[in-house]
Design a protein. Sequence first.
Length: 224
Amino acid sequence: MISEDELRRIAAWSNDLTPEEFEEARRGISIRAYGKGAHVCHVGDRLESWTGVADGLLKMSTTSRSGKSATLAGLRGGAWFGEGTIIKNEPRRYDLVALRESKVALMRRQTFFWLFEHSAAFNRFLVHQFNERLAQFIGLAEYDRMLGATGRLARNLAWLFNPILYPNKDRTLTISQEELGLLAGISRQMANQSLAKLAELGLVEVGHNEVTILDLERLARYEG
């Protein structure tokens, strides 16, 4: 069970719960740490918890039978995911890997369904979550086929600041060029060149292992 302050920090959706719902959620969540490169889950695993990123950075990806890997999403602190898998009671369809040392929040299946059945606020959150994730994956299919390296990096970076999935207003993300490359499916060198181009256009500001978003709207539309 986590503290009240910790739950509010890692889960923006908890702020809309009633006191009873909030306490039920808090009792059902535990935190687990993962080292860099560790798998939170593999394709086919049954992870009996709804999952959130308390701290760190995760990569959701899949690998074809031929061995080709494709990144589906990057997940930073504040992200919650896997509700579809919990509701449908099916194995995970993706690998989840920690790109750096990370802490993951795990909500028990029973707690998830209690909130699902009793909380209007929780269900409103899930509807918005499903809608944004659907848009994200439709966009992924589009720009993975149509955009070059800089465009793919711009779109992946913009999704990490989606105001529905990440309500935190902070526009600065601690992330290395290697990590950005892994999320966008490009090399570290190409990520460096792409960031430099985005900085020249005034879309981002690049610091030491961090990126500040200057124009999120233009970044999300950038095609190269």
